[in-house]
Design a protein around this ligand. Structure first.
Ligand code: ADP
Length: 743
């Protein structure tokens, strides 16, 4: 048996020695080394003398490590133990070093199922483990690098369509969490317009016949944020032995910022490029770096010409260049730059072009160091031309203004005089300069000033045409009368831009008017006395003839009396006009029944008018507090006119009524009527409609004028409604006596 044992031992030894891997055999629970081949001895760093010794004695450094206990467990249980890449501290070259092993403790069982021996086989995998450690370290470093470069990595299995994404990738595509992802989910994260392009690029990259380089830029929709990101993906496909792409992997980088800045840079550049102003940049030595389209156009540099071959000398005449270099450049302020005008030179024609130029310093955005100068320039020629034209036009206008005999002027919308032509000097005690603004008011006659300013201010406020008559002091310190008119120039929104005015000397007219008034006053006064006497004599003669029964001559005297009455009325009218003109028309108000007065006047006229029937519709039932005689004069005037100017009619209608606290009178005739353009004029002094038959309708044209003045003085209104050949309706309205309606 022992022999057998020895035999089997030596057989074992032979096997072990021949085994390709490190092998040892242990017996008993003390784990006595009964055999160990060269490789195993080498792992332990021992020689063959350890055979026959318990393992723990032979390799003492193993105490404290788990192997001994493991072996005993295998011995006790008979269950094989296998481990991979397990580290063991072993003395190698006198130094404790970690080695890694794949090893097996296999129990050899006897017929009773008890452990007879343990076979220990081991492979040193230290270099493999070390290499793997190094690899994973390298990978870690790589992913760190990728992370810090904000680069994500991805991998697609084209066959299963499974996608591996790192955290960064998920972020960029807007995926949260760690759930598995498949290819079509990725596609769903791509901006719709870019999707097909990506699909095509992936297909081309994984197509084994093409294996196209995958390098695409596209937009992703960040799922959660809804933010659009630009990404740049690069990758390549790997083929397996069958020539099918089994792996497609690469990187992704967020290029949103770059895209956006390059977009805004491009926008800026095109803004600069196509700006209407000239823009250029030069280095500190004056060498051009850039010039935009406007610059090329203005200075005659063709689009194809490389501006970097040009210098300041090409764009300035020598003296101007000297001024720029010696005076202007040192003045360019760090913040504000330099602005001023100077002449640029056309590079082809050498024309000197006046320009408004702005220089700024161009700095390196990071270091702040000044690296060049930027210039913007605006061609001033159109402006200068326009100014010249305007000045010329102004000159011509002034010339024109000075050539007219009247005084003309302009004023601001606020009413300040800002131009007066030279004619002013001939008439005024003060110079044009002193008349400007509100200076002219000092020259207005004190009696006229208040009224004038009221009219002027009213026009300034309303924009309505201004017209006033007032006296201004002339250069001999005498007052002359002026008719001053002005109209406002307005913009489309009716805002006043300027007033244009003229002054016309009406001193002579005023004088003539005064002379005429004086004459009228004297003449009518002088005529009145003899006419009164004639009338008295006529009455005596009438009485005498009546008594003698001389009917034939009595008839003549009647006619004479009528004519004397007409003459008396005419003289009375003339006298009234002179009174009106001198403001001496007197009023003696009293309270009386309005309808009653109208009836009296009408009845009186009816007596002498046989042809016309005066129809009365008197419904005012009112008391008025007015001058009775003057009012009867007006009523009489209107009724008489109605009869006079309707020679073919048989009636006229007179009417009174109360409306809105006013008493109204109107007289309607069916006569010749009045054209609408004449209807205002008939109320003027001495105005008569010219084509009316003067023989058929005698008169002086004073009746309506006097009537208007009387009604105005009574705070009333007077009007006419008429159409030619349709008759006329004249009317007036007057205030009622205070609370004095009769019934
Ligand atoms: P006169 O009657 O003396 O001419 P008025 O001042 O009374 O002066 O009238 C002025 C002018 O108005 C008249 O000349 C006439 O042309 C016109 N007129 C006045 N009343 C009427 C009327 N009822 N119908 C037509 N025209 C009239």
């Amino acid at each position: 048996m022992k022999m057998d044992q020895n035999n089997s031992k030596s057989r074992f030894n032979d096997i072990i020695d021949a085994a390709p891997s490190a092998t040892a055999i242990y017996h008993t629970r003390e784990i006595i080394i009964t055999a160990a081949n060269e490789q195993m001895l080498a792992f332990w760093g021992k020689d063959a003398s350890v055979i026959g010794k318990p393992l723990i004695e032979a390799v003492p450094e193993l105490s404290g490590q788990p192997f001994f206990a493991l072996l005993q467990k295998v011995y006790d249980t008979g269950v094989t133990h296998h481990a991979e890449r397990d580290g063991a501290e072993l003395l190698i070259d006198g130094k404790l070093q970690t080695s890694y092993f794949n090893y097996t403790y296999k129990a050899i069982l006897d017929s009773n199922g008890k452990t007879e021996a343990i076979i220990h086989s081991a492979i040193n995998v230290t270099p493999l483990v070390k290499a793997q450690q190094e690899l994973s370290e390298t990978q870690e470093r790589l992913s760190l690098a990728l992370q810090s470069a904000e680069i994500g990595t991805w991998e697609l299995a084209p066959i299963s369509e499974e996608v591996y994404w790192d955290q960064r990738c998920r972020e960029l595509f807007g995926f949260e969490g760690k759930a598995d992802i498949v290819y079509h989910q990725v596609l769903d994260c791509i901006f719709p317009e870019d999707k097909q392009m990506v699909i095509d690029a992936v297909a081309a990259a994984v197509d084994p016949k093409r294996l196209a380089n995958y390098d695409v830029r596209y937009r992703t929709l960040g799922n959660a944020s809804g933010k659009i990101r630009w990404v740049h993906c690069k990758g390549r496909a790997y083929l397996n032995a069958q020539g099918i792409a089994y792996r497609f992997a690469g990187t992704v980088r967020d290029i949103t910022k770059e895209v956006n800045t390059s977009l805004s840079e491009q926008q800026m550049l095109s803004l600069v490029n196509y700006n209407a102003d000239v823009m250029s940049i030069a280095d500190m030595q004056g060498h051009l770096i850039y010039m935009n389209h406007a610059g090329r156009k203005l200075l005659g540099v063709a689009e194809g010409v490389d501006v970097t071959t040009m210098t300041a000398r090409d764009f300035y005449e020598p003296e101007e260049l000297k001024r720029v270099q010696e005076t202007i450049i040192p003045q360019i302020d760090n913040e504000r730059g330099w602005t001023g005008t100077l002449y640029l030179k056309h590079s082809q024609t050498h024309e000197a072009i006046p320009c408004q130029v702005n220089y700024i310093l161009v700095k390196n955005p990071i270091t702040g160091e000044i690296i060049g100068r930027g210039a913007t320039a605006r061609d001033l020629r159109p402006e200068l031309k326009a100014k010249e034209k305007l000045a010329q036009a102004m000159k011509e206008l002034e010339f024109l203004a000075n050539s007219v005999p009247t005084v003309v002027w302009t004023a601001t919308s606020e009413g300040m005089i800002d131009f007066v032509n030279e004619q002013w000097n001939e008439h005024s005690a003060v110079t044009i300069k002193d008349a400007l603004g509100a200076g002219w008011t000092t020259q207005v006659h004190p009696d006229d000033l208040e009224k004038t300013l009221i009219i002027w201010k009213n026009s300034l406020a309303t924009g309505l045409p201004y017209q006033a008559e007032f006296r201004l002091k002339d250069k001999h310190e005498r007052y002359r009368w002026w008719l001053v008119r002005a109209v406002a120039l307005k913009d489309n929104n009716h805002n006043i831009l300027k007033w244009y005015g003229s002054n016309t000397d009406i001193t002579e007219q005023k004088e003539l008017q005064r002379q005429k008034d004086d004459f009228l006053g004297i003449a009518s006064h002088e005529l009145k006395t003899p006419v009164t006497s004639i009338k008295a004599y006529a009455q005596i003669v009438e009485m005498m003839l009546k008594r003698s029964g001389d009917d034939k001559n009595l008839e003549l005297i009647h006619k004479m009396n009528n004519q004397i009455n007409r003459l008396t009325n005419l003289i009375a009218d003339l006298l009234d006009v002179t009174k009106i003109n001198t403001g001496k028309l007197a009023f003696k108000p009293s309270i009386f029944d309005f309808d009653q007065l109208v009836a009296e006047v009408a009845d009186e006229i009816q007596v002498t008018s046989e042809q016309h029937k005066i129809e009365k519709k008197l419904n005012s039932n009112s008391l008025v507090d007015l001058d009775r005689d003057r009012l009867s004069q007006v009523i009489s005037n209107l009724i008489t006119n109605a009869i006079k100017y309707s020679p073919d009619a048989k009636k006229i209608i007179i009417q009174t009524e109360v409306s809105f606290n006013e008493v109204q009178f109107s007289v309607q005739d069916f006569g010749i009527g009045i054209a609408s353009d004449k209807q205002e004029k008939i109320f003027e002094q001495f105005y008569r409609v010219s084509n009316t038959n003067e023989y058929a309708f005698p008169g002086l044209g004073l009746g309506l004028y006097i009537s208007v003045e009387i009604i105005k003085q009574m705070n009333g209104r007077i009007w006419v409604n008429s159409e030619p050949d349709q008759g006329a309706s004249f009317g007036f309205a007057l205030p009622l006596a205070n609370g004095n309606q009769k019934f």
